[in-house]
Design a protein around this ligand. Structure first.
Ligand code: SF4
Length: 462
């Protein structure tokens, strides 16, 4: 049973928040909005950190070693925040040959990696057998590598491309997903979540599935016993209420998954990761920031906040500038949103620090704002780095970063089982005295090609 909600409770009262931290009281949408707007950021972080410590203890914070493989950049969708996609005719449009992809998995295994995050554009040229053969080859050669692959928008396009039998979307999804699962798919990443509210989603995710289809895909995965993650990309045209509505949908569908499926071995959302929109090289990034226009009245509310409703029923007609202006999020907006997600998502196990876009300093602070996991020591990243500056660190550096934040770093697997706790003298970071003296290597600088990267730490769940 989820904890009870108490809409009448004053959420800024410490005694009420102590109940939230203990898991005895659930934050309502209205209370979440108050927390976001009215609580000083350090206090919000302190409560989120307290909740994190209840769930994950005081000692260990984790990371995973995986490789982010983007098997194709050809995509039928035209998300306005995306700098990665290609139509297919361009010189740099690609689909990886299976041998190339398998070599990437081998390189991962060689450095002690345990999982691949495999996602791509939605490429109509690839038949179902291409995916089945690929998964079969991966599992045949690397049976212990966890395959975390194909986000909900890809699944929805699979339905269109493969036209599977079934009287409903859920049945069609089950048909495709069962075959991929039998071939080697282990779990599903939460890519393509963005913002669920329809007015926002229709503006920024052209050709991408709606919230109902996204959540239905994950529900089918849970019914098939697979775990998934949920994501949110914010800091663009949305209002703060849209972020809370997004978290609320995740929480409600998770309640149902636990109530309906947990006893029979069903899956659930294991993690929630949110990150701010990166604007460089994207169509959406060309939108003016709120406040930059000659007629902007900065004392007036941001258009996204005028449109947004906590129940997702916002009407874009509520503000003429909605969708034309962005409100980019900096460190405080990011930490505030992440802290709120830890308090609101009382039924989600892990909150990931998404510092690949914010830099390691903020990532380290995020461990005191509700995050328990630093994401991935990964060997490549293509999607976020195509849209702006992203950072990378080696495993020793991320271990040092976690340790300097006051925790023991530990490598985990996809199910959050601890593989190595770095407490002793053989830890990867023993020779680093001050990680902050090491300049974080940038994966991408606007206007330049991304340099080759040996090993990076960053976002695992696009
Ligand atoms: S974000 Fe993904 S689905 Fe959207 S255009 Fe880019 S590759 Fe395609």
């Amino acid at each position: 049973m989820p904890p009870r909600s108490a809409p009448e409770a004053d959420i800024l009262d410490a005694r009420v928040l102590e109940d939230v931290v203990a898991g005895a009281l659930r934050v309502t949408r209205e209370q979440a909005l108050r927390l976001y707007h009215e609580m000083p950021i350090q206090e919000l972080g302190r409560w989120a950190n307290a909740r994190c410590r209840v769930l994950h203890g005081d000692t260990i914070r984790t990371y995973v070693i995986d490789r982010n493989i983007n098997y194709t950049n050809v995509c039928t969708a035209k998300c306005t925040f995306c700098a990665f996609r290609r139509d297919g005719h361009e010189d740099d449009a690609y689909t990886l040959e299976p041998e190339v992809l398998l070599e990437k998995v081998r390189e991962l295994v060689d450095i002690g990696g345990t999982q691949i995050l495999m996602q791509g554009g939605m490429n109509p040229a690839l038949p179902l057998d291409w995916y089945l053969d690929l998964l079969g080859q991966i599992k045949e050669r690397f049976p212990r590598v966890h395959v975390h692959a194909f986000s909900p928008p890809e699944f929805i396009e699979f339905i269109r491309f493969f036209d599977p039998p079934g009287a409903s979307l859920a049945e069609q999804l089950r048909w495709v997903m069962t075959r991929l699962q039998d071939a080697g798919l282990d779990s599903i990443p939460g890519g393509g979540g963005e913002i669920f509210a329809a007015p926002v989603r229709r503006k920024i995710g052209l050709g991408k599935c709606d919230a109902e289809a996204w959540l239905t895909t994950m529900r089918v995965a849970h019914e098939l016993g697979m775990n998934t993650s949920a994501t949110m990309m914010f800091g663009h045209i949305e209002g703060v209420a849209d972020r809370i509505h997004h978290m609320d949908l995740v929480r409600r569908w998770q309640d149902d998954a636990i109530a309906d499926l947990a006893a029979s071995g069903g899956g659930r959302y294991m993690a929630f990761i949110s990150w701010p929109f990166q604007r460089e090289n994207t169509p959406l990034g060309r939108a003016r920031e709120w406040g930059e226009g000659p007629d902007d009245d900065l004392l007036a509310p941001f258009p996204g906040d005028v449109v947004a409703r906590l129940d997702g029923t916002g009407e874009r007609s509520a503000h003429a500038e909605f969708g034309r202006r962005v409100r980019m999020v900096g460190a405080s907006g990011y930490l505030r949103t992440q802290a709120l997600s830890r308090l609101y998502l009382d039924n989600i196990y892990s909150i990931g620090a998404s510092w690949v876009t914010m830099g390691p300093n903020i990532g380290q602070v995020a461990l005191h704002y509700g995050a328990n996991d630093m994401g991935s020591v990964m060997m490549e990243e293509n999607v976020v780095s195509a849209a702006g500056t992203t950072y990378c660190l080696s495993e020793p550096l991320i271990c040092r970063l976690v340790r300097d934040a006051g925790y023991l770093p530990a490598q985990r697997d996809n199910t959050y089982r601890l593989l190595r706790v770095h407490a002793g003298p053989g830890a990867p970071d023993t020779r680093i005295d001050d990680w902050s003296s090491v300049r974080a290597k940038k994966l991408h600088v606007e206007g330049q090609d991304a340099p080759a990267v040996e090993m990076t730490v960053g976002q695992t769940d696009l």
